[in-house]
Ligand binder design. Structure first.
Ligand code: ZN
Length: 138
């Protein structure tokens, strides 16, 4: 993705952009769930969520950023079933990065991607989303 981001910067330089490190970006979340509804919060039934950002500067719509929110850690679930007090996430080797009962958050994943981009001094000039309400996915 870093190489793709540099291709976009070069495209912006070639097309005379005032600031070639300003990107036009589209973002949405993808969910790993066997059902898309929850009694409590939208998407809470998903075990994993992927935030995907693509660029709209060049005509290729390169993927320039990814974020993952994962509730799954097989070993943690196995040890809990054996009676051990294992809290995911937070222990050595854990692949979960959010607690099981916490809903995934598109704003949080978008923020993670913006932080990744900022490390390369890339700024999101404009953002297109599907308008997923912030109050349903916290
Ligand atoms: Zn764990």
């Amino acid at each position: 993705m870093a190489a793709k981001r540099q291709l976009v910067v070069q495209h912006n330089i070639d097309t005379g952009a005032a600031d070639p490190k300003q990107f036009s970006v589209s973002f949405d979340g993808r969910y790993n769930a066997n059902r898309l509804t929850s009694s409590y919060k939208s998407w809470q039934a998903a075990s994993q969520a992927y935030g995907v950002a693509i660029e709209n500067n060049a005509c290729y719509q390169y993927i320039i950023g990814l974020a993952v929110e994962n509730k799954l850690f097989w070993t943690g679930a196995y040890l809990r079933n054996k009676g051990y007090n294992i809290q995911c996430p937070g222990h050595t080797g854990c692949t979960a990065n959010i607690p099981y009962m916490q809903p995934q958050s598109e704003p949080h994943m978008a923020y993670d991607i913006a932080q990744q981009l900022s490390r390369e001094d890339i700024l999101v000039k404009s953002l297109t989303t599907d308008g997923t309400p912030h109050n349903s996915i916290v």
